[in-house]
Design a protein around this ligand. Structure first.
Ligand code: 5GP
Length: 265
């Protein structure tokens, strides 16, 4: 990773940064701000810019299950960058600014809204459990759900009134997040389908910077359910959660299709 006190930018594949007031050159990595389950966030010499470092550490079931998925950090960093760029081209504002290295991403600093926005196209996971519908049932229309991003509470489901009760976001912000979540699904679903992947469901996090909202966090096999479009084989973190084996291989397969753009039926 970029050494402290050195420029974070030389090897970077830079992206626009048009909305930023100053160019991205000469940004230096500073102190660790936060370490989460899968990522570390570092401050930089710019107060409005951070570095996300992607780890191989994996957790599930509110960190009751822990492990390592070798190479996961590289897959998640590079896949997120690829998809953030695709979304940016389609008018979705994201926190992505540049790829610094295999595991480091330069990002706009966000005040993260404590809501996990989930979009579902196919029944799986907690939707199957909550409704009794069979996993794999196609949904006629995508479903958007909100969860409270709270480890102590185990990320409970919320409705709009709970969001107001907890003052997690304004009605305007909530409407924007739901609208953007559906637009992201409209972009990602065909993008991934062309690469032989069925986008079953995914989690998004949004945040504020100045007066604007942006998509933050990551889009990866950690945060999406991705099935092979032909065989419906699981190619995501469910392989780790459910002890299915072949976890690293699944992440590498997704990398080949999404990042390297390997053609697929
Ligand atoms: P479910 O509610 O079925 O457990 O999850 C729905 C989707 O959101 C899945 O793609 C899952 O990977 C993602 N998701 C839900 N909660 C979390 C979370 O706390 N962390 C991560 N990385 N993904 C989550």
């Amino acid at each position: 990773m970029a050494a402290r006190g050195t420029s974070a930018m030389p090897a970077a594949r830079r992206r626009g940064g048009a909305a930023l007031r100053r160019p991205l050159s000469g940004i230096e990595q500073r102190e660790k701000m936060y370490e989460g389950k899968a990522k570390i966030v570092y401050a930089t010499s710019r107060p409005d810019v951070v570095i996300q470092y992607f780890k191989d550490d994996a957790t599930a079931f509110n960190a009751l299950k822990r492990g390592t998925i070798l190479g996961k950090g590289v897959v998640n960093n590079r896949m997120s960058a690829t998809l953030f760029e695709a979304l940016g081209r389609r008018g979705v504002p994201t926190h992505y600014l540049a790829t610094l290295s295999e595991r480091e991403m330069l990002c706009r600093k966000l005040d993260i809204i404590k809501i996990e926005t989930i979009v579902r196209n196919v029944v799986a996971g907690s939707l199957a459990k909550r409704t009794g519908l069979e996993e794999g049932t196609d949904l006629k229309e995508p479903i958007v759900e909100l969860y409270y991003k709270s480890d102590p509470l185990g990320d409970p489901m919320l409705n709009d009134e709970h969001v107001q009760l907890l003052k997690l976001g304004t009605p305007h912000e909530l409407a924007w997040m739901k609208r953007m979540a559906r637009r992201i699904n409209v972009v990602l679903r065909p993008h991934l389908r062309k690469r032989g992947l069925l986008l079953v469901d995914f989690k998004l996090e949004f945040g504020r910077a100045g007066k604007r909202l942006y998509l933050g966090d990551e889009i990866s096999p950690d945060t999406c359910r991705l099935w092979d479009a032909q065989t419906r084989e699981k190619l995501d973190k469910d392989r780790f959660r459910r002890d299915l084996g072949g976890v690293e291989e699944a992440y590498q397969e997704v990398y080949r299709r999404v990042v390297e753009g390997e053609a697929h039926p």
